[in-house]
Design a protein around this ligand. Sequence first.
Ligand code: PLP
Length: 473
Amino acid sequence: MDKEIFRRHGHELVDWIADYFENVESFPVMSRVKPGEIRSRIPSVPPESPEAMDRIFEDFKTVILPGITHWQHPNWHAYFPANNSPESVLGELLTAGLGVQGMVWQTSPAAAELEDAVLEWMRRLLGLPEGLAGVIQDTASTATLCALLSARERATDFQSNERGLKKPLIVYASEEAHSSVEKGVKIAGFGRENLRLIPSGPDFAMLPGQLEEAILRDKAAGLEPCCAVATLGTTSSGAVDPLPEIGPIARRHGLWLHVDAAYAGSAALLPEKRWILDGAEHIDSLVFNPHKWLLTNFDCSLYFVKDPGSLVRTFEIHPEYLKTGADPYVKNYRDWGIQLGRRFRALKLWFVVRSYGAEGLRAFVREHIRLAQLFKGWVAADPRFEVMAPAHFGLVCFRLNDGRGEAELAALNKALMDRLNATGRAYFTHTVLHGKFTLRMVIGQRTTRERHVRAAWALIQETAAGLEVKPSA
Ligand code: PLP
């Protein structure tokens, strides 16, 4: 493609994206295609001769777009957000244009040094302890796996990479922890049976007393406790495991303490939410995803460690072809994680932080929390509904409850969710909290305003009316 044609198509695509940002609300939030529908429209053999970009772009609009679920829709209330912003998209565009592969410092000093600088900015913005060093990973799942592997190495005097695990090591996390902990435990060689899921209390936060009891039980049985994972903002309900109590327990028993703040880390930008990090002086590592709630398009996951030495000793590898003269003086991020090749993700985060400023980022997150509180108030005031969990962030858990049995309530609330999603006007997902089927209202999109939240609540009320639910006695 020559320069002028690239320029023409580039402008066309940027125009399309700018319009998409503006018009995204006109699409059904959840794609309506049936399984296999998109696949059936894609030829089974690749083209033999070159195709024109106009044609490819036309097919993008007619074949691909109908199969897109619109994560950037203001009525995206499912899972957690994965919001983006024009600023991050521009940063991403430059990353693609530069085509940098930042495996070692020398392969782009600016990529390595900007990453170092931006992570230090983020550490300060979140109020994390001084001295924590950061690295960008693709996802929280990868960061948690890195934490588990580092914990495993440290617990075995850095011998398990070399010799394999000689005896079981035990990992502890709340029963509400994200499934990435279980996945990490399995693939890091701990064995699923060596993961202890600690019960949570009525607020769905880990019960620290139960954590210590489990550790003591394992020790008495001759097993070796290795790592505890605390979650700040659980996936199901946004619960906050109490670090001030978990931290000293982990320290007393010599455990690596990993903190999963993948979603709720953004809230630590706010002075009024800083309490979630009380006890952070005890942590060994923490993961936080700007790609969830902080305007930075997927993927961008920040992993902070207290002792980068443990991380590097776990992951470093020095084949001749990767050695450079700069090695003694620089950070080679290839040794800070699993993959060798690394995308230049710091650029988009730099664009976002600079263009919003700390003030703008705080205002953004604070507004979502305000809207969530507003929504929670409406739910609490409607006798057909109940709020199911504390709402610390941009997530409100709720359900219809007219007093029928649990199984019937689950069916009723699932019917409500399915009907809501079928309208295309909003998208909700569910969870189960202490055995109860629960709907989740997530507010975290860049373009979500109070009018969208009001419209979503009106839609929920109207849909519930169609289900003929009586107010609970
Ligand atoms: N931890 C928590 C609390 C999450 O909610 C999620 C995903 O929603 C993850 C970890 C996994 O995130 P990722 O997709 O970045 O691996």
